[in-house]
Each structure stands twice: as C-alpha cells, then as structure tokens.
Design a protein around this ligand. Structure first.
Ligand SMILES: [Zn+2]
Length: 224
C-alpha cells in the first residue's frame, strides 16, 4: 500500500460565499451578507486606528474579514429549528444528553470571542421521538455563530428543542470563558461563566434534573 489512508485529503477552500456557509452549517442559506459594506467597514476601522490599510500585510484584510464573517456569523443566515427536522420514532423515552459540545461565539457587546462547552439533554415525548445526535451539536453551532450573549444562546437552544421535539423536559448548561473579561475590563483569565436553562420535567422534577446534572458534570473517563 503506497497511499497513507490516515491522512485526510486536503479540502479545497470554499470559493463562494454560499459554499462557505453550506460547509459551515450543513444548510443552504436563503440570503447572504453585504460583503461590500463589511469590507468598507473594516477599512474604516483601520482608518480610525491610524493603520495603513494598503500595507502588504493589511491590504487583503478587509476582504478576508468579510469572508470570515460567512463562517463565524453563519448562524444569522439559517433558522436553528431547521436543523432539527429529522425525527425518528425510536420508542426511546429516556434521557438523551450530549455533553462537552465545543463552541465559539462572539460577544455582541464587545465583538470579542467567548468559547466553551455546551451540555444539551432532553427527555423525549411519550411517542419516543428523537432527533439525530449530530443535530444537537449542529444546533449549538448555529446558535453560537452569531453576535450573541451566553444567556441568549442557552435559552435559544432550550426553546428551539422544546418547539421542535415537544420533549417532556430539556436541560441546557453552558460553560464559557469570555475574552472581554480576559483581555479588557475586569481582566480575569480563566473565570468560567455557567448558564443553564431547564424546561418541563427538568425544571419541575428535582430527581430528573439531578440525574441529568450528574450525567452532564459526572467524572470524565476515557470513552475508548
Ligand atoms: Zn463582552
């Protein structure tokens, strides 16, 4: 065997805005961003900072940043509920929980990143309707990829799940580090902000909530 199977093939960079958004979100956008405005905005930013926007290092930055927004703000272009449309009648009516879903977002107050993990769980309805596991991770991704607040990401994920799956309960816990608390302001690197949203039985039944919380925060063991 001459070819190394374990080396992933290089992926060609997505050429168009639509392709970038499709690759990032797995969904087809119905609209796009105004790249001319985004590019002009970054030029203006350089001007305000007194930076030469035509220097070799910065000449392509405005267009590059505009293309980057296709990826980091792609969630503005897709309705989060649309990714939860696959529902299986599995007859599974017990807790489904994915923990440690990594995400990154941008604080809408400072346009600085905050990064962390989401733990998302739900109790299917009595018909046992569940969605694909990857859809939960996709949902977190889409909601995070907007200028946002951690609190709103948390409630949006819970509300979207509740609406799409009519589950008996929902639990969403998010832990994140905010760079607007690290690079500026109070300057506390390592401080972790934790937010939660609970719905249905996860809110009303302490035992159910305790079980979900124990699974979300239980000891980490190697899976394999
Ligand atoms: Zn902030």
């Amino acid at each position: 065997m001459t070819e190394s199977a374990d080396i992933a093939p290089a992926r060609a960079p997505a050429a168009t805005s639509d392709e970038r958004i499709r690759v990032t979100t797995g969904a087809v956008p119905t609209r796009g961003f105004d790249h001319a405005k985004l590019t002009a905005g970054v030029r203006l930013l350089f001007e305000g900072l007194g930076i030469d926007a035509e220097a070799p290092g910065t000449r392509d930055t405005p267009q590059r940043v505009a293309r980057m927004f296709d990826e980091i703000f792609a969630g503005l272009l897709i309705e989060p509920a649309d990714v939860l449309d696959v529902v299986f009648e599995e007859g599974h009516d017990e807790l489904v929980l994915i923990r440690d879903i990594p995400f990154s977002s941008m604080c809408e107050h400072h346009l600085i990143p905050f990064v962390g993990h989401a733990h998302v769980g739900y109790l299917p309805n009595t018909a046992g309707q569940v969605t694909g596991l990857s859809k939960l991770a996709r949902l977190v991704d889409l909601v995070a990829k907007r200028p946002n607040l951690q609190e709103r990401i948390t409630t949006t994920i819970a509300d979207t799940l509740e609406k799409a799956l009519s589950p008996r309960g929902v639990l969403v816990v998010i832990e994140a580090e905010h760079y607007c608390m690290t690079m500026r302001g109070i300057r506390k690197p390592g401080a972790v902000t934790v937010t939660s949203a609970v719905r249905g039985l996860m809110r009303d039944d302490p035992r159910t909530r305790a079980e979900a919380m124990a699974l979300a925060f239980g000891a980490r063991r190697p899976i394999a």
